[in-house]
Design a protein around this ligand. Structure first.
Ligand code: HEC
Ligand code: HEC
Length: 378
């Protein structure tokens, strides 16, 4: 009897290992090399090291006189530094949802936490919904940027995730599937750099110019897509930020032990990988295409944690599947940093992730532990 159950368990285990359901169509081209990974700021090959170093200098530079009047921090690195420059941080930002579409203040979605003298801190308006969103890791984002739209569409057709087309700020009139930010609000790193330069530091640039009425409220709302009107030398900074981010390597894996491998088979068997997709690939990336392992589909899902704030075409209750690469260097989890350990974060999965979470609850203690060991290897 004991022998039979042992045999059965072994068979089951072997089954889990072999069958690795991957929702993407078409499959990853087998010949693609692995993307460079490492917790360092050595170039992934997108630029030469000298160019990356120069771009890094801009990424960590203080905004100086350009700062504000409303801002969240003085430089990009203030929120993107864990465990290397370009990583994440615990810093959260204050988002609000409009409570009255004719009200200039209530129409904004971002409230700035700091301002220069003479400008009032924004007070959260009336009945608006308030939410916090944490700073994201930028490592490997150059690979994410080069994932073809067809790949994301193919995953969506299998797992029911939602993709949205957003404007590419540097190519007015052109759209692409959004993949950056908690709401997939941007599709390219240059667009995000333009947005962040203005919204985090208050610095205007050639992609995002302040519109006076909104700026006097100290809240986010910019006229995107404009390529005129910025003659200041700082207008170029966003190109450096984008070059730096595109040169960053992917977060490296920790030790891959037998327990880690088994833990991943548990992860797959309870359907976590239907959204946290292990492997994606690039198309048209310089110097060469790669495959990489972000454990995300970059699509929007409602797993019951939504912050009730719609942003552009992204619905109020959906969030982008959080990429799990680099998970082991984080200390807080979920978009609002309100899960203080990984198990907590898993237990908050509902709605679209209901079956998966339910299957998690039914796992044996040993399998839960193996799953955790796997997650801590990411
Ligand atoms: C005050 C903290 C803060 C500062 C300063 C900051 N960021 Fe961020 N960053 C965030 C937060 C928070 C998010 C998630 C925003 C969201 O989706 O609502 C984010 C997201 C991003 C993303 C999307 C990453 C992804 O994988 O989806 C990029 C790119 C980015 N920031 C670039 C920059 C650049 C470039 C600068 C400097 C101009 C900068 N950030 C300055 C907090 C900050
Ligand atoms: C239907 C899609 C979906 C499924 C299935 C799913 N997740 Fe998630 N996961 C998400 C989304 C979306 C988020 C971001 C939610 C948020 O931040 O509020 C997330 C966040 C997480 C986080 C937090 C990461 C961080 O850095 O904050 C962990 C850990 C996680 N998922 C693990 C799992 C595990 C383990 C399973 C299987 C039991 C699973 N997920 C199944 C969509 C999914």
């Amino acid at each position: 009897m004991k022998l039979i159950s042992l045999l059965l368990a072994t068979l089951l285990l072997a089954g889990c290992y072999k069958e690795k359901p991957r929702p993407t169509i078409p499959p990853v081209p087998a010949s693609l090399p692995e993307a460079p990974a490492g917790f360092d700021t050595l170039t992934n090959g997108f630029t030469d090291q000298k160019t990356m170093d120069a771009a890094l200098t801009q990424f960590i530079e203080d905004a100086g006189d350009e700062l504000g009047p409303y801002f969240n921090a003085r430089s990009c690195v203030d929120c993107h530094s864990n465990p290397i420059i370009g990583g994440n941080s615990q810093v959260v930002e204050h988002r609000i949802a409009p409570d009255d579409k004719d009200d200039g203040i209530a129409q904004a979605t971002l409230v700035h936490d700091q301002a220069v003298p003479g400008f009032n801190q924004q007070v959260a308006p009336r009945d608006a919904i308030n939410a916090l969103r944490s700073s994201l890791n930028l490592m490997g984002d150059g690979f994410v940027e080069a994932v073809p739209d067809e790949e994301l569409e193919a995953i969506a057709s299998v797992n029911g995730g939602q993709f949205i087309h957003v404007q590419i700020l540097e190519s007015p009139g052109v759209t692409k599937i959004g993949r950056f930010g908690w709401k997939d609000q941007q599709a390219t790193l240059l667009s995000f750099a333009g947005d962040a330069d203005f919204n985090e530091k208050g610095v205007e640039n050639r992609l995002v110019l302040a519109q006076l009425p909104q700026k006097s409220n100290g809240i986010e709302d910019q006229q995107a897509g404009s390529t005129v009107g910025c003659s200041d030398p700082n207008c170029e900074d966003i190109d450096f930020y984008a070059a730096f981010m595109r040169s960053l390597k992917a977060p490296p894996r920790g030790l891959i032990t037998d327990e880690v491998k088994y833990g991943e088979s548990v992860f797959d068997s309870i359907g976590c990988n239907s959204c946290h997709v292990d492997t994606l690939y690039t198309k048209g990336l310089k110097p060469r295409d790669v495959q990489f392992h972000p454990y995300s589909d970059y699509l929007l899902h409602n797993i019951g944690t939504g912050d009730k704030i719609a942003q552009g075409p992204a619905p109020a209750n959906k969030l982008r599947t959080k990429p799990l690469w680099g998970l082991r260097v984080q200390s807080r989890f979920l978009h609002d940093n309100n899960a203080f350990n990984i198990t907590d974060a898993i237990k908050k999965h509902r709605h679209e992730a209901n079956d998966s979470e339910f299957a998690y609850e039914r796992l044996t203690k040993k399998d839960k532990q193996a799953l955790l060991t796997f997650l801590n290897s990411l």
